[in-house]
Design a protein around this ligand. Structure first.
Ligand SMILES: Cc1cc2nc3c(=O)[nH]c(=O)nc-3n(C[C@H](O)[C@H](O)[C@H](O)COP(=O)(O)O)c2cc1C
Length: 305
């Protein structure tokens, strides 16, 4: 599979929808992924699942990320959606208690043989490439060893993305880039480094430690989607508030196209990210939270100085 750049947009539930993925792609994200979608909801033809799986026109390459436990449902779900994407990704990293309780997400790292069987069977039943996005282990008693990664590769996995935190570390523990380095060194398939890459300076460090060729960026892209352009241009740019306002307006208009008038509510969380660190953020966020329609949101964005 070829990528438009080696900097990928991380899947983020309720953020990386079509409008945001379009913005990230325009700034040079080389690969995009849907948010996690339940295999059960696809198998039961839940319309929301198919809405989440939809890609933008010309959004290439694009993966649909599946989460769940039962092997037969993984196969059935993957067969239903494989024509809608270029790659299928298995979520083995989600730390959310509800997902873990359903034996999905990072729980799969506690049943490694089961996860390997899912990969093997999917490979036998689908034509599209298959990747796994995982954490480096479930907890300190369950850290993934190199044999597990080799087993995934031998089972037919075409790419592995490592968010180098344990499930128990959620989003706050430090990221273990040495863990990624060891895997990258031992496997032949692409290994994607993920976790806390928020600048070109940081990328250089992650590249040096891991030896990876591919990198996935999540939260930093929500604050500055132009991070992809920065990484491609090997720089850390400082952009004005006028520039951020222009991105916000472009993004908001894409959301209005996608969701209609309801976009005024859905955009709030994005506005908070764009404005984080800005001097009047608290006040502007409270204005945006109180808006009752899309025009009011546009007026607030335009009034930012
Ligand atoms: C709000 C939010 C939602 C997320 N949703 C998903 C998801 O649907 N699937 C997934 O594999 N990872 C998900 N993640 C994890 C990210 O893809 C990524 O692995 C993690 O944020 C670390 O990368 P970062 O430090 O660049 O953000 C989510 C993270 C956040 C913050």
């Amino acid at each position: 599979m070829t990528f438009n750049s080696c900097y990928f947009l991380a899947p983020m539930a309720s953020y990386t929808d079509k409008p945001f993925r379009k913005i990230a792609s325009e700034y040079g994200a080389g690969f995009t992924v849907s948010e996690l979608i339940s295999i059960n909801s696809i198998c039961y033809n839940n319309p929301k699942a198919f809405f989440l799986a939809n890609r933008n026109n010309n959004e290439v390459p694009f993966a649909i990320q599946l989460f769940g436990y039962e092997i037969d449902l993984f196969v059935k779900a993957a067969q239903k959606i494989e024509s809608m994407c270029d790659m299928i990704d298995i979520n083995a990293g989600c730390p959310v208690p509800k997902v873990i309780k359903a034996k999905a997400g990072a729980y799969l790292l506690k049943e490694k043989k089961h996860l390997i069987s899912i990969v093997e069977l999917l490979k036998n039943h689908i034509k599209k490439p298959l990747s796994v996005k995982l954490r480096m282990g479930f907890d300190s008693d369950n850290i993934n060893d190199i044999q597990f990664y080799k087993d995934l590769e031998n089972a037919g996995c075409d790419m592995i993305t490592i968010h180098a935190r344990l499930r128990s570390g959620f989003y706050s523990s430090s990221v273990d880039y040495e863990h990624i380095a060891n895997v990258c060194d031992k496997l032949s398939i692409p290994v994607v480094a993920n976790g806390d890459i928020d600048s070109y300076e940081k990328l250089k460090e992650v590249k040096r430690i891991t030896g990876c060729k591919y990198f996935m960026i999540g939260q930093a892209a929500l604050k500055k989607p132009y991070i992809f352009e920065d990484l491609i241009n090997k720089q850390d740019s400082i952009r004005s508030i006028e520039y951020t306002k222009a991105i916000m307006i472009r993004h908001f208009n894409l959301m209005i196209e996608e969701y209609g008038e309801y976009a005024y509510r859905l955009f709030r969380k994005f506005a908070h990210k764009y404005l984080s660190g800005y001097k009047n953020a608290k006040l502007i966020n409270s204005y945006i939270n109180n808006c009752k329609n899309t025009q009011e949101v546009l007026n607030i964005i335009n009034s930012i100085k």
